[in-house]
Design a protein around this ligand. Structure first.
Ligand code: IFM
Length: 775
């Protein structure tokens, strides 16, 4: 029995499977998902199977099915599926015998290839399916299917086109839409989303090649059914004869910036022209241009190489970077990254704090233009954040826990899975009270400004977010007369197993940091940037709010370590029952605690779902002495189940900082296996986007030792035993730095034009060309 995906020691760019199992369709569909940030397509096979999830998403095209559901990315009509019949037998790998099965995604080129020989009764044929989503032309995707007859005479029937019968788990987001046929071969379907009224233009064309000739002679018929338009081909193959079907398709929508304001007919015509020219080029040429774009925009930019005893470490970083680019809508700042990217219906395409704390750092340090687009999305979200604050009786900008279109405001569903004890749906409190998202957004923006020194963004957008979020926090604080201090009551912290708690340390500390940052900014702007100050003062009433900040900041309660040095996660955590978690910690599945307890019971235990206090210690590492970090590590790590994919990377980095390199590397391995590993159900709902950002962070922050602390760069690497050499790059304030680390040495080469100040092991260095430090 297959366990996990298939890897190739000699090639860290390939990931795949060498056995077909219908039980594991979801894993392969997600892990080998294709995309380009504009669209994402799960890698469902051409032929259908029960249990498949045939999803295509276009970033930002949110639609709300009805008032009882929240807005989500609609599953776009399918362009990939093909029904193939051989002597009237439907291609179906659950029947007959399958030999030499291989399905492999090449992360470097973005091409997915599946090949096998299928034998069923008198039929025997060899298949090679290829496909890619273009990284150079964001609307395009290509497929090529070669079928070689290995039996005596074969009658082939192929049905392929555009299938609008797909749904989001039953919710149909599209109208039927018009269908069109041009020149007898170009098929188009033009549905609208039901409530957001976005039009889509889906176009496709087929081309058959037999014996090197364009094969136009075949018998074919175009058919239009309900929500379907497709080509039916009939042809015969002699023994050892092969036919190749090339299918080139495209997706356009009324959300596309470059055609903004154009009518459906105009976009339809433009899509048709684009498709004609793509058909002329053909699969191979289009693929080559896409692979070139991957190389130029991703692989040649600050490459990371890891010389390790385990070849999977290099694969993991390639895998993480591949998916980070597949899922990120770099082309449009009105869009952001979903918690499952564009690879599944999980979390409905919504954006969480996962972006700022887990994925954004990769872009900030290596692709500042993309990072700028991601932080601009939050600036554009200020209107939604005002709406949310106001509806809760607060001032300023309170960012939604889950976000979709920037000005939508809160989009978290209210009800979740059924409670195993009561059978009733559980309320999702996060949308109401998981409020640390607001300071997380500020954290991401501050780090972006510090690392890139993008002053234009800061002046035009970033400062406003920092000040507006601080305004929210000041209004959110609650005065406690008996304790003579401000507190933050009734929240969910990062640890979502503790609901409705008071004074979550992460929330209080980050709120305090957010207000303090705004106070410093207020002073700087008032004295040094008077024009900007006046503009923002008028908009946000800064002079009034500043007085409030002054009054409140020193009275805001920051949970202090108890006499053992443990920072209480919240007011009651340390007094709750301690449970033996061995079984749950050793389980290869997450959430097994809920086989035995419900959330109410878990609320009363010292059990932590994901990094909480320890995340605080990592993000604000200069606020806490190493001794305190160690004490808290020893206390919280054993109580943390890592039931969220956001957790392991933080613990791995902190463990590395604390010198626990073996343990850190063990956590690194667990983290990279969240999607790449043996659990064949873990990725069914989509990829774990934050954990992929975590793989980059573990590599560059954890072992590379990079940190941006108070606007200063620090690099203090420490490699795990298995790693012999790590080479990576970052861009610090416009200057690309190449860093090479071995067990003996760190070499930093400044490829930029300005000297860069780097702190390493307590010494400040100014790097103009090269810095070598012996370790
Ligand atoms: O944002 C996370 C949260 O921290 C844990 N549950 C899943 C969310 C989306 O990834």
């Amino acid at each position: 029995m297959r366990t996990g995906m298939n890897y190739f020691e000699s090639n860290p760019w390939l990931i795949g499977e060498n056995e077909f199992q219908t039980d594991w369709l979801g894993k392969a569909e997600t892990v080998m998902c294709l995309g380009n940030g504009y669209m994402g397509i799960r890698s469902a096979t051409e032929e259908s199977y029960i249990g498949e999830k045939r999803d295509t998403f276009v970033a930002g095209t949110f639609n709300k099915f009805d008032d009882n559901e929240v807005t989500e990315l609609p599953n776009v009509p399918d362009l990939i599926g093909m029904d193939i019949r051989l002597n009237n037998k439907r291609l179906d790998l659950t029947n007959g015998e399958v030999q030499g099965y291989q399905r492999t995604l090449n992360l470097k080129t973005g091409e997915l290839i599946r090949s096998f020989v299928w034998e069923y009764k008198e039929v025997k044929a060899a298949f090679t399916f290829k496909r890619f989503v273009s990284f150079s032309e964001k609307h395009l995707l290509g497929q090529s299917v070669e079928i070689k007859n290995l039996s005596n005479g074969l009658d082939l029937e192929i049905n392929s086109g555009i299938d609008g019968q797909v749904t989001n788990n039953g919710s149909q987001h599209f109208t039927e839409g018009d269908k069109a046929l041009a020149e007898g071969k170009y098929m188009q379907m033009m549905p609208y989303t039901g409530t957001s009224n976005i039009f889509f233009v889906l176009s496709t064309v087929h081309q058959l090649v037999k014996k090197q000739d364009i094969y136009e002679e075949t018998k074919k018929r175009i058919e239009m059914g309900r929500r379907k338009i497709y080509n039916r081909y009939w042809l015969s193959l002699e023994k050892n004869e092969a036919v190749t079907i090339e299918k080139i398709s495209s997706i356009h929508t009324s959300m596309d910036k470059e055609t903004a304001g154009q009518t459906l007919n105009e976009v339809k015509d433009l899509a048709l022209e684009g498709l004609k020219s793509a058909r002329e080029k053909g699969y191979q040429v289009l693929l080559a241009s896409s692979a070139k774009a991957w190389e130029k925009q991703v692989w040649s930019v600050l490459p990371i190489t890891i010389a390790s005893n385990n070849f999977k470490d290099q694969l993991a970083i390639n895998f993480a970077k591949y998916h980070l680019h597949v899922m990120t809508p770099a082309h449009d700042e009105r869009m952001n990254i979903g918690a499952k990217g564009l690879s599944g219906e999980g979390y409905k395409g919504h954006t969480f704090w996962d972006t700022e704390i887990f994925m954004l750092p990769y872009f900030t340090f290596t692709h500042p233009k993309i990072a700028e687009s991601l932080v601009t999305y939050r600036y554009l979200g200020l209107e939604g954040a005002h709406k949310k604050a106001l509806s809760n009786g607060f001032e300023g900008a309170q960012f939604p826990w889950e976000a979709a279109w920037p000005d939508d405001g809160e989009t978290t569903p209210v009800w979740g899975a059924a409670d195993i004890i009561t059978g009733k749906p559980t309320k999702i409190w996060s949308g109401f009270i998981e409020q640390h998202i607001t300071s997380d957004v500020t954290f991401g923006i501050k780090q972006f400004i510090d690392v890139t020194n993008n002053q234009q963004f800061a002046r035009e957008k970033g400062y406003e977010v920092i000040l507006d979020t601080a305004k929210f926090w000041a209004s959110r604080l609650e005065w406690q007369e008996d304790r003579q201090r401000y507190e933050i009551l009734h929240v969910v912290g990062p640890d979502e197993y503790k609901e409705q708690i008071d004074n979550n340390a992460f929330t209080n500390y980050t709120a305090h940091w957010n207000i303090s940052l705004a106070m410093k900014l207020y002073q700087t702007l008032k004295t040094e940037e008077t024009v900007i100050f006046e503009k923002l003062n008028e908009k946000l009433e800064l002079d009034r709010v500043y007085e409030e900040w002054q009054e409140k900041i020193n009275k805001l309660y920051l949970p202090q370590p108890n006499k053992e040095g443990v920072i209480p996660q919240d007011d009651t955590y340390l007094s709750k029952d301690i449970l033996d978690l061995t079984t749950y910690k050793n389980s290869s599945h997450v959430g097994t605690l809920f086989h035995d307890y419900n959330l109410e019971q878990v609320n009363d235990m010292q059990v932590t779902k994901q990094a909480d206090v320890l995340l605080l210690l990592f993000l604000f590492e200069d606020l806490f002495p190493k001794k305190e970090k160690l004490i808290n590590w020893n206390y919280y790590e054993p109580k943390t189940l890592h039931d969220s994919s956001l957790s392991l990377s933080t613990h791995a980095i902190l463990a590395a900082d604390l010198g626990k390199l073996d343990l850190s590397y063990d956590l690194f391995n667990q983290a990279m296996n969240i999607d790449m590993g043996e659990n064949m159900a873990s990725s069914n709902e989509g990829i774990h986007a934050a954990s992929l950002g975590g793989i980059w962070q573990m590599t560059v922050f954890g072992y590379g030792g990079v940190r941006c602390l108070n606007g200063k760069l620090r690099i203090e690497p420490h490699l795990p035993e298995a790693w012999h050499r790590l080479a990576f790059g970052i861009i610090w304030q416009g200057n690309p730095l190449d860093v090479t680390v071995t067990k003996e040495q760190m070499i930093i080469v400044n490829q930029g034009t300005k000297d860069v100040e780097v702190e390493a092991f307590g010494t400040l260095h100014s790097v103009s060309n090269e810095l070598i430090i012996n370790l």
